[in-house]
Ligand binder design. Structure first.
Ligand SMILES: NC(=O)CCC(=O)C(=O)O
Length: 261
């Protein structure tokens, strides 16, 4: 099954959700001209890392962002791996990835499990509890958020359960660009899955971000890679390639989990 995917490598306005809804709407419209099947947005794309102001700018139950994505999904007939938002719930704020299908239905929400202390997430956010597995077009995928890619066992727990492509939404800073590229390629090779990684561009008061959104095939080859600036990155993937690679080198059959404790 072939899927055309567009990653929107947004430059995010710091702490300004309405500016971000407006600019992303424009880029979504542009990307939609190429008729992608799935559009991917970056991490915390409505607020950026303006964590000290989450009291006023976090999205209550992610409702406004869900509504925004539902309308865009129906208008452009496209599925959304809708990036993550600062999602205010009963007990605090989570960093939540939203999956909306092209009929405008919320298919899944995943809240970032591993909070990144270097960017103060543990002081302002609470971790999620659910997994990142979801289905679109009757195929199984996984979605994770930025720092999560440093935890190969977390990613593996999704591919063991059938994920054929891993979506990564991120705000990954430029000084660790080499880690970003190496970790994403490694996750693709070791899990024999596609990796579709959407980073942001630009900077905030504390960080310059790397850009370099990437689409990687299950052999670890980079199919498409963005530069540093705002753009959308589009590539077609063939999900059936996953089965071929897993047959050629059958790591899922050869695992010895009883020895991994
Ligand atoms: N937003 C994040 O989780 C950043 C993770 C990161 O920069 C890393 O090096 O890991």
């Amino acid at each position: 099954m072939k899927l055309k995917i567009s990653c929107l490598q947004l430059d995010i306005a710091f702490g300004d959700p309405s500016a971000n809804y407006q600019s992303s709407e424009k880029l979504i419209q542009k990307a939609s001209n190429g008729k992608p099947d799935i559009i991917v947005l970056p991490e915390l794309w409505t607020t950026g890392y303006d964590l000290t102001r989450l009291d006023t700018i976090a999205d209550k139950n992610a409702a406004q962002t869900i509504e925004f994505l539902k309308q865009a999904a129906q208008k452009y007939r496209v599925h959304f791996v809708g990036g993550s938002v600062a999602n205010r719930g009963e007990t605090g704020v989570k960093n939540t990835l939203l999956i909306i299908n092209k009929d405008g239905k919320l298919v899944h929400q995943y809240s970032k499990l591993h909070l990144f202390k270097l960017m103060d997430e543990h002081r302002y956010l609470e971790p999620g509890v659910e997994k990142g597995l979801f289905e679109l077009e009757k195929r199984r995928f996984a979605g994770v958020i930025c720092y999560d890619i440093r935890f190969p066992e977390w990613i593996r727990s999704h591919t063991i359960q059938g994920a054929e492509a891993l979506f990564v939404v991120a705000q990954w800073p430029a000084p660790r660009l080499s880690h970003w590229r190496a970790l994403l390629i490694a996750r693709a090779i070791e899990n024999q899955c596609f990796v579709i990684a959407c980073n942001r561009s630009g900077h905030d008061p504390n960080n310059q971000f790397a850009g370099h959104s990437m689409i990687i095939d299950p052999w670890g080859e980079v199919v498409a890679e963005a530069g540093e600036n705002e753009e959308f990155l589009t590539a077609e993937i063939d999900l059936d390639h996953v089965k071929e690679i897993r047959k050629l080198i059958p790591i899922f059959e050869d695992r010895k989990p009883e020895h991994y404790k």
